[in-house]
Design a protein around this ligand. Structure first.
Ligand code: ADP
Ligand code: ASP
Ligand code: MG
Length: 389
């Protein structure tokens, strides 16, 4: 079943503070088709929660763990400050305080056990998304008063196996839950705000889909409601020819196929969680990637449309043990004998050696003693730029 509704996911950098959250609320307000809003933890919070677990597990049991107390206070303060700046309602402030209480309690449990299991880690991780989504739901109530904003606990819908920290979603159960809990209430006047990254197993234990997994959550929700579009709002205007943090002059790609985007994500580009495109591809739902900082810049649209001839779009890098693997993404790359020749001419034969090839990628391994990580990516991107379609 397909309908006109849109699922919109906002990453950690998009909700990092009150001003950023306001920007997201504007994007949501501007598109009346947006029905499910998937929120990540505020920037760096998930890392801080990992730090809580580590600090708690090495500290002393009697609560005199300064490092632990300091990091817990930082997390609490960050969220309370955003809540105050956003004029969060007293009821939601109470809910937020309850989550802060849970955070302290999990810290204590880990301190007592002097250890943490993947299971308790997922409970701890979940607090990041549960806090940020609570704030966003309340902000939307303030900003879009003519709509009913439902706060949805993703763990009621996103059922997974019990493989904590890398849980596998149970697609049929998710579809059933969505049909019962969400679909009957989806209409012009409703918006659901929920969490990325988290789910629960069939016993009700909290699970997570893997670090950076909120993109995947958005796609799972999109698949379950048969959305017409899944939007991934981040801090860059789309998928680029290379990581813009590594290279100054990148080319933002207008169109990518599901397979190309999956290859890119799997072969090292951090822009999307690798399995994100699978639910979208199953239901042929387009995925848009754009910048919440400046939506007017447009972004990348990912569909099943694929070039029938040669096209070269992006380069990515992955480190495997002591190997640097550089991959070029595009179609009919085997026709591109020039690429290998060009790489060898430019860089010297011994630098890049063929490693692997798929329908939408060709990978080379780099002789690390000749070039480091940054240099190899730079040089590969330079070579790539000659071949842009
Ligand atoms: P979010 O918090 O929104 O999930 P991420 O940090 O997970 O954001 O992903 C966005 C980041 O991905 C960008 O800031 C960029 O540095 C990085 N990135 C890596 N490779 C690419 C690429 N090929 N195109 C765009 N961004 C990329
Ligand atoms: N908050 C989680 C993480 O940082 C999930 C996500 O943001 O995608 O890994
Ligand atoms: Mg991400």
């Amino acid at each position: 079943m397909e309908n006109k509704w849109v699922v919109s996911k906002f990453g950690g950098s998009s909700v990092k503070d009150a001003v950023s959250m306001l920007r997201c609320s504007q994007i949501i307000e501007n598109n009346s088709l947006t029905k499910i809003v998937v929120i990540s933890a505020t920037q760096n919070t998930t890392n801080q929660l990992e730090f809580v677990a580590r600090a708690a597990s090495v500290g002393d049991i009697d609560g005199n763990n300064d490092t632990l107390q300091k990091i817990i206070q930082e997390i609490i303060q960050k969220h309370i400050s955003i809540a105050i700046e956003l004029f969060t309602s007293p009821a939601v402030l109470n809910d937020l305080e309850a989550l802060c209480g849970e955070l302290k309690a999990i810290g204590e449990t880990i301190s007592i056990n002097q250890d943490f299991t993947p299971k308790i880690m997922d409970e701890l991780y979940s607090l990041g998304e549960r806090m940020s989504s609570l704030l966003m739901a309340d902000l939307l109530r303030l900003r879009i008063p003519n709509k009913t904003i439902h706060f949805l606990d993703a763990r009621k819908i996103i059922k997974t196996n019990s493989d904590f920290q890398k849980a596998e979603p149970q697609i049929e159960v998710i579809a059933k839950n969505t049909a019962l809990e969400i679909l009957p209430h989806l209409n012009e006047n409703s918006i659901y705000v929920t969490q990325g990254f988290i789910g629960s197993d069939l016993l009700g234990n909290t699970t997570t889909l893997g670090r950076e997994g909120s993109d995947y959550s958005a796609a799972l929700f999109g698949e379950a409601i048969g959305a017409s579009l899944i939007e991934i709002w981040t801090d860059v205007p789309g998928v680029a020819s290379c990581d813009p943090r590594e290279i100054d002059k990148v080319n933002y790609i207008k169109e990518l196929s599901y397979d190309e985007a999956t290859a890119l994500a799997t072969l090292g580009a951090k822009i999307l969680f690798p399995t994100t495109l699978l639910p979208a591809k199953r239901k042929k739902i387009p995925v848009f990637v754009g910048s919440s900082l400046n939506p007017r810049l447009g972004g990348t649209t990912i569909t099943d449309k694929q070039h029938t001839g040669f096209s070269l779009k992006a380069v990515s890098q992955i480190l495997k043990k002591d190997l640097i693997i550089i991959s070029f993404i595009g179609t009919h790359l085997d026709e591109l004998e020039n690429l290998a020749t060009s790489l060898q001419n430019d860089l010297g034969e011994s630098h890049f050696e063929f490693y692997d090839q798929t329908e939408v990628s060709i990978s080379f391994k780099v002789a690390t003693f000749k070039m480091d990580k940054k240099e190899s990516l730079l040089r590969a991107h330079e070579v790539l730029s000659k071949f842009f379609v």
